[in-house]
Design a protein around this ligand. Structure first.
Ligand SMILES: Nc1ncnc2c1ncn2[C@@H]1O[C@H](COP(=O)(O)OP(=O)(O)OP(=O)(O)O)[C@@H](O)[C@H]1O
Length: 354
């Protein structure tokens, strides 16, 4: 690939990281395409932050190679890598004005004062904070402070922008707003961004691709749609969107797949499933609840019903175990103790390994 085409790309080749006896990363290989926003998503302790810090050069790899923009940076210190990091805590200097904060990295580089001011002002404009330069960070809201931190990172014109749980300190409403702003800025500037979060909804909302990590390795990687539609295993099915995971047995599969679900037989329009035990992925909103029984409907008892305005959430006790269902509030409502009869479309079901 030509160098210009690789600018902003990130590549890990069998990178490992250990801290004493702790294996923070098992051999990890990944490729991040220029201009994309890729999220590292996973439960606490799975190795997300370590991966981000390895890209930044704040940790050094135990083994393997790291390339940024096609250049081997494995042994290059953080100062010489063209990356900027946005932290969860904003890490703004409280005694400096907003403009001084944004220009700080440029002044460390020794750029002329007029250029620092112009670039810092342009950075503030990019994040929608034109005119806020003379304030102190304490005179801004949490969301505005995080936008200042983003401005401070992007004025350095990094090849890769790294964001470590940038929204954790914001309340839920503001989080949604700021994540959209970060996504828009990243797309407008064509930046490569690597974004760490443990919030699957946030990851799905902002990412071109998601790398789901678990136990110091990649569990699955793909676009938000790929992960939701084709989960590789039960962990991904449950982590990316909610799922009921039901034990079944695959009887045979060719152009379609026959499964045994307790005493019932179902044919799914799926190819290539291997015979034997498996788990069925049944999304809560794919379950439909009816009052009337029918031969193909599965009876269940409502054990809890919660009306949430834009949805109704049910817990149901059935021969398939406890099921979680989400229905439209305009659909027929049921109460705890009611018997309901469940249906679903086999085309909506997926199979994952047992
Ligand atoms: N400096 C360190 N010294 C020792 N162990 C460390 C160090 N940094 C990370 N670890 C360990 O490496 C593993 C991965 O940590 P990491 O911070 O990358 O996880 P994470 O996925 O970012 O978790 P979280 O969401 O909680 O921040 C954990 O077991 C952690 O305890």
């Amino acid at each position: 690939m030509k160098e210009a085409a690789m600018k902003g790309s990130v590549r890990f080749e069998n990178v490992t990281k250990t801290f004493g006896d702790v294996v923070a990363l098992k051999p990890l290989s990944l490729d991040i395409a220029p201009g994309t926003l890729v999220t590292l998503l996973g439960p606490s302790g799975c190795g997300k932050t370590t991966t981000l810090r390895l890209i930044a050069g704040l940790e050094s790899a135990s083994t393997g190679r790291i390339l940024i923009g096609g250049e081997d940076v494995t042994h290059l210190s953080a100062t010489y890598r063209r990356v900027s990091m946005v932290f969860q805590s904003y890490a703004l200097f409280p005694h400096m004005t907003v403009l001084e904060n944004v220009g700080y990295g440029l002044s460390v580089k020794g750029l002329p004062r007029a250029e620092i001011r112009d670039r810092a002002e342009a950075g503030l404009e990019t994040v929608g904070l034109k005119g806020f330069g003379a304030r102190l960070p304490s005179e801004l809201s949490g969301g505005q402070q995080q936008r200042v931190a983003v401005a401070r990172a992007i004025v350095l014109e990094p090849e890769v922008l790294l964001l470590d749980e940038p929204l954790s300190n914001l309340d839920a409403k503001l989080r949604r707003h700021v994540r959209e702003e970060i996504r828009q800025i990243q797309q407008r500037l064509g930046l490569t961004a690597v974004y760490v979060t443990h919030d699957q909804e946030e990851a799905m909302a902002v990412s071109d691709r998601i790398i789901v990590m678990r136990n110091a390795e990649i569990a699955q990687e793909g676009s938000p749609h790929d992960l939701y539609d084709r989960p590789a295993n039960g962990f991904i099915a449950d982590f990316i969107g909610d799922a009921n995971l039901i034990e079944v047995s695959v009887l045979n599969s060719a152009d379609s797949t026959d499964i045994a679900l307790g005493n019932r037989r179902l044919t799914l329009p799926l190819r290539g499933a291997s015979q034997g035990p498996a788990r069925l992925v049944l999304r809560p909103h794919h379950l439909r609840l009816a009052a009337e029984p029918a031969p193909d409907r599965i009876p269940a008892e409502v054990t809890s019903a919660a009306w949430l305005g834009n949805s109704v959430q049910y817990l149901l006790s059935s021969e398939m175990g406890t099921l979680f269902a989400i229905t439209d509030p305009r659909a027929q409502a049921f109460r705890r103790g009611d018997t309901v009869h469940l249906t679903f479309d086999p085309a909506d079901l997926r199979l994952v390994p047992a």
